[in-house]
Structure formats: structure tokens, C-alpha cells
Design a protein around this ligand. Sequence first.
Ligand SMILES: NC(=O)c1ccc[n+]([C@@H]2O[C@H](COP(=O)([O-])OP(=O)(O)OC[C@H]3O[C@@H](n4cnc5c(N)ncnc54)[C@H](OP(=O)(O)O)[C@@H]3O)[C@@H](O)[C@H]2O)c1
Length: 247
Amino acid sequence: MKLVIIGGSGLIGSKLVTALREHGHEAVAASPHTGVNTLTGEGLADVLQGASVVVDVSNSPSFEEVAAMNFFTTSTHNLLSYEAAAGVTHHVALSVVGIERLPGYGYFRAKVAQEKLIKESSIPYSIVRATQFFEFVTSIAASATVGNIVRLPPVLIQPMAADDVAKAVGKIAVGTPENRIVEIGGPEAFRLDELVRQGLSARLDPREVVADPQARYFGGMPSERTLVPGDGARLGEIRFQEWLGGR
Ligand SMILES: NC(=O)c1ccc[n+]([C@@H]2O[C@H](COP(=O)([O-])OP(=O)(O)OC[C@H]3O[C@@H](n4cnc5c(N)ncnc54)[C@H](OP(=O)(O)O)[C@@H]3O)[C@@H](O)[C@H]2O)c1
């Protein structure tokens, strides 16, 4: 089975390509670095020749609202058109748990628009919504830092390791299309402030993390369960402390 991994050089993409090849599949990494650009269409027709599955784990180089919206709508539109022409029978995309529950975060609105294009296309699909990656905790801290203080709302979050994300996406990619949203998450939930406190402390980062119910998460106001998956989510195995210990 030939699978094309759009964003195959990225955090999840590179792990996914390796895992699929280890399982004997023909996995082709595609991204601007390999001459494939979903914004312009460059290289798409060639790389999709003979492919049955496309896994889109690309990301917008900018998280700013307009840039992210332009990236996800243009790239998804192009990708789906080229896939239809090439006879691709399964489009898999990586999205984020809770995107419709945090409309104040422009990046999440862009992911909602990406999902809508996929659902409306004629190509069978699986949308995999993951919770925040452990690797993303430092970016959460950076976004909420003023001086030496990190202010975060103490809402629930159930993050997961990128290795577990790649494993789950790989399984879905080689299966039959789900034609729905599938949620994946980590094995344990945390309060957001406590998760970031643990992450910073493991790196001897001197910043102080303060739980503040009025603080924002990337400009949005999450409620208690905005960021956690629902019942039936498939859960990864790697725990945060175990992951921190292995860094
Ligand atoms: N961060 C989180 O906690 C989280 C949680 C849930 C879901 N997600 C989703 O996971 C996905 C992957 O995230 P990631 O952190 O693995 O991404 P990443 O490491 O930033 O990698 C992004 C990839 O996108 C590629 N790319 C950029 N512009 C492109 C273009 N015009 N055409 C084709 N490919 C392009 C890059 O290619 P080059 O290397 O060639 O530039 C790179 O391979 C995203 O869609 C994100 O929404 C993230």
C-alpha cells in the first residue's frame, strides 16, 4: 500500500513515515523540502501517482489567524482536488480535540475549516483529533509568560506523546476510512497549570506558574473540559513523567 505523508518531515510526520515503513508499507514523505507544496500544488500530481492513502500531518508555518486559515483552506482544497484526480481512496487528517469549543483561538477556527472541506469532499476520510502533544507544553508556557510568571487557567488537559500520536494515526491510515472524527488522547488528565509546572520544573526552568481562572489559552477562554476528549477516545500509553524522564 502506498501512503503519502504530507508534512512527512515534521514532528508527527517523520515518526509516522518511520513506523509505516517498519510495518512494510511504502510511505512517502512529502513537504516543501522534498519538492511538494500543497499551497501551490507543486509536485502533488507526481507524488500521488499510485497512492491509495494520503495522511495530512502538515502544519501552518504561522499560527496567526489569517495565515493559518489561508494555509489550511488552500492546502486542503488543493490536496483533495489532486487526490480525486489520482484516485486516492482514503484521506486522513490530524486535527485537534475541542476545536469547535474554543472559537476565540483563530488557529482552531482554521482547523474547523480544514475539517469542513474534508467532510464535504467525495473522498472517504478519517479525521483524527489529538489532544496537545507533550512536545507542545513549552509552547503553551511561552504563550502565557509575562516576565517570570506563566499564567494559565486551571482547566483539564489530557496531553499525549508524539510517539503515541504517530502510532494511532498510522493504525487508522492503514485501516478502512472511518468517515467521521476519531478522538485520541493521553493516558492521564492534568490541570493545565500543573502540567506546565511539571514540564518547566523538569527542565529547571525558573518561571513561576500561576493558576488564574481568568487567564486565556492562546486568546481563548477554555472551560473545564474544552481540551479533553470525550468518552470512547483511544488513549496512548506514554505518561508525562515517564516522557520527561526520557528526554
Ligand atoms: N501541537 C499540538 O499539540 C497538536 C495537537 C493536536 C493536533 N496537532 C496537529 O498536528 C499536525 C502536525 O503538527 P506537527 O507539530 O507534527 O507539525 P510540524 O512539526 O510543524 O511539521 C509541519 C510539517 O508541515 C510541512 N509543511 C509546511 N508547509 C507546507 C506546504 N506548503 N506544503 C506541504 N507541507 C508543508 C512542513 O514541511 P517542511 O519541513 O518541508 O517545511 C512539515 O513537514 C498539525 O496539523 C496540528 O494542527 C497538533
